[in-house]
Design a protein around this ligand. Structure first.
Ligand code: ATP
Length: 448
């Protein structure tokens, strides 16, 4: 009702003038009833507004949870936290659903009430004036009275309200169909029926004649043959878009190979239980994803009964303890969009602490490219060296110290391995590695 008054004032004024001209007494009575109905409707409106605000806040919570979780999907999967994240999401979703039911109930109430007021008004008109006209006591003819009623009906905004409600209902069902369609999408990477548990990592990871393309893409990796022995550090280097991230994403089986095979201790990755495979891996990515939670929970992510001593120990090894202690609430500080913002180097060190705590035998590390100041760089570098110690590490390397320490450097170009060897060997070869070294790594010599 209020809406239409603002939307079409000219027609409303015109209708009112006509009504007054026809019968000013009757119109005055109707106009006096208007504030009463407006009051009732505004009460419903206010309560509707409160519920609507709450529901908007809730949807923003859900979006931020989703955003965090999807942005951190590698971390979620690597820590085997899919069920935990699903429950977190379901809880948020349930709350939202309940709010939405309340909101819809109020919205639905708005229309019958305004209809009811409309009907009461018509009853009054018919009762007092209809009788007068039939008895011939009024100066209004029956035809004019019908015309009067017709104009009055034109002003009934509840019809519009009905239309709006029908539209929202339609919008809602369309959106729901899309959401349910998405929810019904099956994950393409699942355990095979007789998948076996990989209890430990004993000897090697091996790509054999492996090729890969994304859905509808060209080949991103072609004929990869690579053996990674236990305990070694493998540095992967190559120009942007060469396929480095894609190659390391195949190891936790985020994607399946298009052709060829990938073996863990001689067993085909497709025959292994995905959860058992990922339990053996720690993944520290460029995005250094952290959740909107306390520092403590961010480090302990995936481990429920972990003591503060263990968290402190991991943080010390990751060079993070000092800066955490300097924040007012220490390990209980909330980070992320609702709490303290951390610098790039601090975030990296927290995700290193998280990986140290998980203590996996295999480490997949995508070294950050973001430039840190020298002090922060040294702290991160030390933390990474501690993290790699005693593990099989596959590193997308951006640090000179990492490639110098690597047992093998794999040089990728356009999806193919073009060179392998140690730093010294490859410098002598004077191939692509030498060029990359001159371009990317040499300038870091001052801080190593
Ligand atoms: P950078 O050093 O810039 O991170 P990279 O060597 O890690 O690059 P990848 O991220 O593996 O390279 O990407 C290799 C190619 O695959 C790129 O051409 C990229 O556009 C493409 N690619 C990456 N992810 C997808 C995807 N999900 N779907 C389709 N193509 C993709």
């Amino acid at each position: 009702m209020v809406n239409s008054i603002f939307r079409d004032p000219p027609s409303l004024i015109a209708y009112s003038v006509v009504l007054f001209m026809f019968n000013w007494k009757l119109t005055l009575i109707i106009f006096l009833l208007a504030p009463v109905s407006a009051l009732i409707l505004s009460k419903i409106g206010n309560s509707l507004k409160r519920s609507s605000t709450k529901s908007q806040e809730k949807i923003s919570d859900i979006t931020s949870t989703l955003d965090e979780t999807l942005g951190a999907i590698r971390v979620v999967k690597a820590f085997g936290m899919e069920d935990y994240e699903k429950k977190k999401f379901e809880k948020e979703n349930d709350n939202y659903f309940n709010l939405l039911v309340r909101l819809t109930r109020k919205r639905a109430l708005g229309s019958p009430i305004s209809e009811f007021i409309g009907v009461i008004t018509i009853v009054i008109i018919l009762y007092f004036f209809g009788a007068e006209i039939i008895q011939g006591n009024s100066n209004m003819t029956p035809g004019a009275f019908i015309f009067y009623l017709a104009i009055f009906f034109q002003m009934m905004p509840s019809l519009k309200l009905f239309g709006q409600m029908f539209n929202s209902y339609k919008e809602g069902t369309a959106a729901a169909e899309r959401v349910f369609g998405l929810l019904d999408t099956k994950a393409s990477i699942v355990d095979s029926p007789n998948a076996i548990e990989l209890k430990e990592f004993r000897s090697s990871i091996e790509f054999r004649d492996a090729s890969f393309k994304y859905y509808k893409s060209d080949y991103i990796l072609k004929d990869i043959n690579l053996k990674i022995d236990k305990g070694n550090i493998i540095a992967i280097v190559g120009p942007s878009g060469a396929g480095k991230s894609t190659l390391v994403d195949l190891i936790p089986r985020f994607y399946d190979l298009t052709e060829g095979n990938l073996f863990f201790d001689g067993k085909n990755i497709k025959d292994l239980k995905i959860e058992s495979l990922r339990r053996l891996m720690g993944i520290v990515t460029q995005e250094t994803i952290l959740f909107n939670d306390t520092i403590r929970n961010n480090i302990a992510y995936g481990e429920s009964d972990i003591s503060i001593e263990q968290i402190t120990e991991a943080s010390k090894a990751a060079n993070a303890h000092k800066f955490i202690s300097l924040i007012e609430k220490g390990y209980d500080t909330i980070i992320g969009d609702r709490g303290v913002k951390l610098s790039g180097g601090e975030r990296q060190r927290l995700s290193i602490a998280r990986a140290l705590l998980k203590n996996p035998p295999i480490l997949i590390l995508d070294e950050a490219t973001s430039s840190l100041d020298t002090e922060s760089e040294i702290l991160v570098q030390q933390a990474i060296e501690r993290l790699m110690h005693g593990r099989t590490s596959i590193v997308i390397a951006h640090r000179l110290s990492t490639i110098q320490n690597a047992d093998m450097i794999v040089v990728l170009e356009k999806g193919k391995i073009v060179e392998t060897g140690t730093h010294q060997q490859l410098l002598h070869t004077r191939g692509l590695y030498k060029k990359l070294y001159d371009l990317q790594f040499r300038h870091q010599e001052s801080i190593v």
